[in-house]
Design a protein around this ligand. Structure first.
Ligand SMILES: [Zn+2]
Length: 535
């Protein structure tokens, strides 16, 4: 080393750089200094403490998983194994109206019961959002935290089916402001389930105005994704139009056989709003199967008043008759009409883990009862904690939505690991495979888009939707979240039968400049940070 030359931390040499902008890839070396990208240049003359040979591989910005629930698992799996092994370096958590905090005094048990079917192994304790941020674990991925509307409503009106009072709304606004001050990126809503579905547009607009004042964002699991999905999209777009807040529509889909084939029309509806200048973006996962608490398939009134009230209600014969009639008339809540109960299978069942993988159709036949009785019996036996997989979409719609270059990629999944507490049951394979599936099979086999477009959807386009300025593009000055992968080999290996399998094809991942995956293995680095909204 000659005097005056800079010794960089790291040089990724000889790779094919796809920078996240959607533009064509090029041969270049990537230099990293002090956690940031210092240079992207062909045949760099720089010297480095460590040189990574990326010949034959793609070098891209770390992937943004824009919609996840890893706040439920990162404390148990801080190495974020299933995500970082795909090249994911940033997870946006606190989605669908669910956040771990705030939990007001005396409400921890209610929160635990409410979230047991999503976060069965997590401990819940009384906490402000600031306490929560301060105690957020050191993890291998960066995290953007949102506060959940369902959580705020649970802390004020509980699971009561009514409008909030003026005092309750003021309390929710105060908790939202506290969360934003503590570093929350924005508010998520889950209007599809209690208690979010009890909120009217005025309540959401009031909270969105708070967001707007703080330059914060709104994301929504919409009120409906099946027979009323178009009305739900209009409701989401109206929040952006009325308040000016950025709206992220989560996991865009058309559920239920009556709605199959509607993807092009649905996309056109949202694109029309975008052309009018409405700040609305969407994400999607590339699978025809959703995952949800089993109880969410039942009519929404079943959960009124809380989980103990639900369990009591579901034992009554006349309640089951009413449920049977409603489902016969208008399909499942949230998912619409399904071909049969054989498309619904148990994913994780904390009290009855032996049932993972069995369908509800099979369980009903095994007990010699009709499916509604089987579902009601199951919810009662597992205290509403069971999570299911439901194949309620059609492949053609999933492809149409996945293909759109402006739709970002969100796994809607948790960071899991093949060993330890998060390696249980048969969770959705998307928890292990979403990004690898888009980069591999969707590019190579289905030819939905170019590799440059696939990378852009999970980097530059996602960063723009989030309003993130220094991540998502591989350029000097950006944080050095970087992934090196083999474009011929990258693929998901997780299946519905064997979900706990890591993706293949990713050799190196840097998070904030630190080597976190090296030669395909986790280094143990916990270099992620909580990314706070700029004041
Ligand atoms: Zn959701």
């Amino acid at each position: 080393m000659r005097t005056g030359e800079i010794m960089d931390d790291l040089l990724i040499r000889g790779g094919h750089v796809i920078d996240g902008s959607g533009g064509p890839g090029r041969e270049a070396d990537v230099a990293v200094v002090d956690g940031r990208v210092a240079a992207v240049e062909p045949r760099s003359p720089r010297l480095a403490r460590r040189v990574i040979d990326a010949r034959g591989q793609v070098v891209a910005p770390g992937f943004i998983d824009i919609h996840t629930h890893s706040d439920f698992t990162l404390p148990l799996n801080p190495r974020a194994e299933s995500k970082i092994r795909q090249g994911v370096t940033l997870e946006v958590v606190g989605n669908c109206g669910f956040s771990v905090a705030p939990v007001l005094p005396g409400r921890a048990q209610m929160q635990r019961e409410y979230l047991a079917s999503s976060a069965p192994w997590l401990e819940f304790r009384e906490s402000t959002f600031a306490d929560y941020v301060a105690a957020f674990p050191e993890t291998s991925v960066n995290a953007i935290l949102q506060v959940g509307h369902n959580t705020l409503r649970l802390m004020t009106a509980g699971l009561e089916n009514r409008p909030v009072t003026a005092a309750e709304l003021a309390a929710m606004e105060r908790m939202l402001e506290e969360a934003l001050a503590a570093g929350a990126w924005g508010l998520s809503s889950g209007l599809f389930t209690a208690p979010g579905n009890f909120a009217d547009a005025a309540e959401i607009h009031a909270l969105a105005r708070v967001l707007r004042r703080h330059g914060a964002a709104y994301s929504t699991h919409m009120r409906d994704e099946s027979d009323h999905v178009f009305e739900a999209v209009r409701e989401a777009v109206a929040v952006a139009e009325a308040t000016g807040v950025h709206v992220q529509i989560a996991h865009l889909k058309l559920s239920g056989v009556n709605n199959w084939g509607g993807a092009a029309k649905l996309l056109a509806e949202i694109e029309a709003a975008r052309r009018r200048g409405v700040p609305v973006d969407c994400d999607a996962y590339p699978y025809d199967t959703a995952t949800n608490p089993l109880r969410n398939l039942l009519p929404r009134w079943v959960m009124e008043g809380g989980i103990p009230a639900m369990l009591e209600r579901l034992r009554a014969r006349d309640v089951r008759t009413r449920i049977r009639d409603e489902i016969a008339r208008s399909g499942l809540t949230n998912f619409g009409r399904i071909p049969s109960w054989d498309v619904v299978r148990v994913a994780i069942s904390p009290q009855m883990p032996e049932n993972a993988g069995r369908t509800l159709g099979d369980i009903a036949r095994g007990h010699g009862v009709d499916p509604i009785d089987a579902v009601a019996d199951y919810v009662v036996a597992d205290r509403g904690e069971t999570r299911i997989l439901i194949t309620s979409m059609t492949d053609a719609d999933v492809r149409e939505i996945t293909r759109a270059p402006w739709i970002t990629v969100g796994s809607d999944g948790n960071a899991l690991a093949v060993t330890g507490v998060t390696g249980q049951g048969k969770p959705h394979p998307r928890y292990y495979g979403t990004h690898a599936h888009v980069l591999g099979p969707c590019v190579r086999d289905l030819r939905l888009f170019t590799l440059e477009t696939a990378v852009a959807k999970m980097t530059g386009v996602a960063a723009r939707a989030l309003g993130l300025r220094d991540r998502g593009l591989l350029r000097p000055g950006a944080w050095a979240d970087v992934v090196v992968f083999d474009p011929a080999r990258i693929a998901d290996r997780s299946t519905y039968e064997e979900p706990h399998r890591y993706a293949a094809g990713v050799s190196t991942v840097l998070v904030n400049g630190q080597v976190s995956i090296d030669g395909g293995d986790h280094t143990g680095a916990l270099a992620g940070r909580v990314i706070r909204r700029a004041a």
